[in-house]
Design a protein around this ligand. Sequence first.
Ligand code: C2O
Ligand code: CU
Ligand code: CU
Length: 496
Amino acid sequence: MRIKIKIAALVVSILVISGCSIDNSQPDEEMENSSMNQHMEEMHDMMEGHMSHDEVVPLNDSTGENELKIPAMLEPDNEEGIVYTVRAQKGKTEIFNGIETNTYGYNGSFLGPMLRFEKGDKVKIRTINELDEETTFHWHGLEVSAEADGGPHDAIQPGEEKVIEFEVTQEASTLWFHPHPHGKTAEQVYNGLAGLIYIEDDNSKSLGLPNDYGKNDIPLIFQDKTFDDKHQLNYKAAMNDDGTIGDTLLINGTLNPKLTVNKEKVRLRLLNGSNARNYTFKLNTGDSFVQIATDGGFLNEPVTLNEITLTPSERAEIVVDFLQLDTESDLALINEDGSILLPFEVSDENGVVSGIPGEMNDFSVTEEEMNLPVTKKVELFGMMDMVERNGKKFDPERIDFTQKQGVTEVWEIYNKPDMMGGMIHPFHIHGAQFKIVSRDGEAPPENERGWKDSISIKPDERVKIAIQFKHKGVYMFHCHILEHEDNGMMGQVKVE
Ligand code: C2O
Ligand code: CU
Ligand code: CU
């Protein structure tokens, strides 16, 4: 068993890509053998310090001693144009009392501000790299042209800046931004580069949902970290090729957070901003809550749930009704294994009265979309590094797929199990929101019947999605376990 676990430790994950726009070149046997020997040696060196797929360190319980920090809303630079400045910078952050941790942040030392756009806004953002290393500014979930998307082709060197412009054409949603430099995404996100984007539209403003930012409309960025004995984030030491997991949870960068709320409905915008950890969120009382939005927009109707799982980069908006809950008992948001993520302190004050309308959106997967043939296939495969040549690793010079602008295609993503059974891969596509057509041939669960840009795919699961790109250019698609992405579990689609 032990040996098995260690072999699984060497898993490096890849994408196998096939479709009309790919030529299937045969693997070169000889190359495979010689690289196998080389990898056997590397295997030996890599043995220590890696975990198998299912050995996940549990999270420490939050003691609730610190009030949750709420990211500041970024103000435009001036009144006329909608111009924002976003700087990637280094800094020191007091995460632990009286101790400075070296961190990265946007417009601050750790994490970033929240950017709030309205549908129809013409936005200009000055992005500035004040780090000592190259970075990019990627707008996860935003439907923008590839030039503005900030993928690995858009590296900004230290001291340089780039202005991007786009029009917000998509509906109200909770998106986010983070760096995407080639091979360095995981480390830069881990060090603190991540921020939120809210899009509002006429619909979101008329629904009467809780929308008082920081009061009853709360962003929650979940990230697990490992701090060394000097309370530093030492990515190199913590790093795991199969996804870096930590024992310490930060929410919005807050250690041991608690959230004080009034007796009212509170909207929580959950973002799994972790490198690799999955979360299954529940209330400790077992009470239900409702989900109102997926990654890219509102659900048609609220969906009542007792728990919700989010894999890295997925978002969900949920509403917890503190008027209905027994506020005499200790309330907390917990993880599947019972670890306390976010204790709630309910004040005696009654909050505002808000409702959740029965109808929120008009999302649908059309008959036509359901019947489209699969024209792109992606296979996600965690396998040993030594046989990687049977698959394809990310190559910035290679276009894996082409798709026509404005034309809907159905992609099929298959998570091929490996000898250890495999693991969940969160699959993400840049530059577009898509619809889940089916999971293993069945309609997706009710709470996934909305716009998505990231989906969890279980081992041996086959998911069909319908996707259309509004803009042209080259976009990435990849596993959002950031170490998998950095290790090459990524491909490129060219939209023409
Ligand atoms: Cu969150 Cu390539 O993206
Ligand atoms: Cu993205
Ligand atoms: Cu993966």
